[in-house]
Design a protein around this ligand. Sequence first.
Ligand SMILES: *Cc1c(COP(=O)(O)O)cnc(C)c1O
Length: 391
Amino acid sequence: MLKKERLFAPGPTALLPQAQAAMAAMHWHHRTAEFRKLLTGTRERLQRFLGTKNEVMLLAASGSGAMEAAVVNGLSPQDRVLVLTAGKFGERWEQLAKAYGCAVESVKLPYGESFGPQHVQGKVSAHTAAVLVQATESSTGVRHDIEGIARAARQANPEVLILVDGITGIGTSPLEIDAWDLDFVIGGSQKAVMIQPGLAYLSVSERAWRAMEKSRAPRFYFDLRRERKSQAQGETAFTPATGLVAALHAALEYIEANGGRAGLVANAELLARATRAAAAALGLRRFGGGTPAGALTALEAPAGLDSGEIVKGLRQKFGSVIANGQGEMKGKIFRVAHLGYYDFSDTLALLGQLELVLVQAGKLEKAKLGAGVRAAQTLWLEAAAGQGAEA
Ligand SMILES: *Cc1c(COP(=O)(O)O)cnc(C)c1O
């Protein structure tokens, strides 16, 4: 039987064909008028996509590279920073800030919980240099209340820097950089923008540019002040990932034609709701008690079944790639992505496959086949009725 490989991992995600074509066709030298125009146009589109007046920088790196850029440019050794951590990516902020000598205070919640303003109240003072948080914690499938967190932090200290890892939060849940006054917001190419890994981006506020004037952290490749000068000229300080820039330009064109960031968010949220409805119909529990993310859904494996068996079954039987839990959640949960280039049919197919894998594993009665798919279809009909012709 034929099996198409389908990526449903929360990164790298499914690739947009026209962006792949643009990447393959890219052959220009980067110090040319053509490439300068492409880079400048891509940065402008990215700014529109993010809905911010802040400058947006592109870096040849995975998403973590832009997280590092935010830390080494905005902070200094010994700076007091507050890290909100309830999962693997929160822990990455902690490790990164510690690696550069920051005095890290962590607010920890159990995996699967969400942060809100109450978790920063009383924790931010005039001595706090920054608050570091994820918009969506991809290891657990929940999002944090960035708007509330930013407001509470800013009330306690108007100059505190707010660093948001939006790598899976951008284009999947609301994230208003200017209205919420966020200083660094970080994204990665292999998530909602539908292209290959290797390109990171970040928006930088005026407050953040000012903070860089006094930052004493060591930096070289990720020196944003140098990048700013180069990128203003349509260049980059070092050789750019030219193919990925071309791919990003094509992807942003497609996204703009399909409702922009708001269109992507609505799409991801519909697929996430359909997946949650299907899970409930199949008796599968969502992991954690936090606010579910639009980016991905984390589900618990049925009792007595290692989630790795579900991951393996989907892969071997149908070619679909989902993600296992990370760290201590490995074997217990599995994660299905909705961010980027997925449509409703992709999600329906995956839900149908999941039912078959569960039946074969003896964790779903055969008579229940179709219950998850049906719940997702029902939700689609309700969404369509709510919005006129189109869901
Ligand atoms: C994917 C991801 C990252 C970045 O990981 P890289 O492998 O460096 O691209 C960081 N934070 C979150 C929340 C992510 O989902």
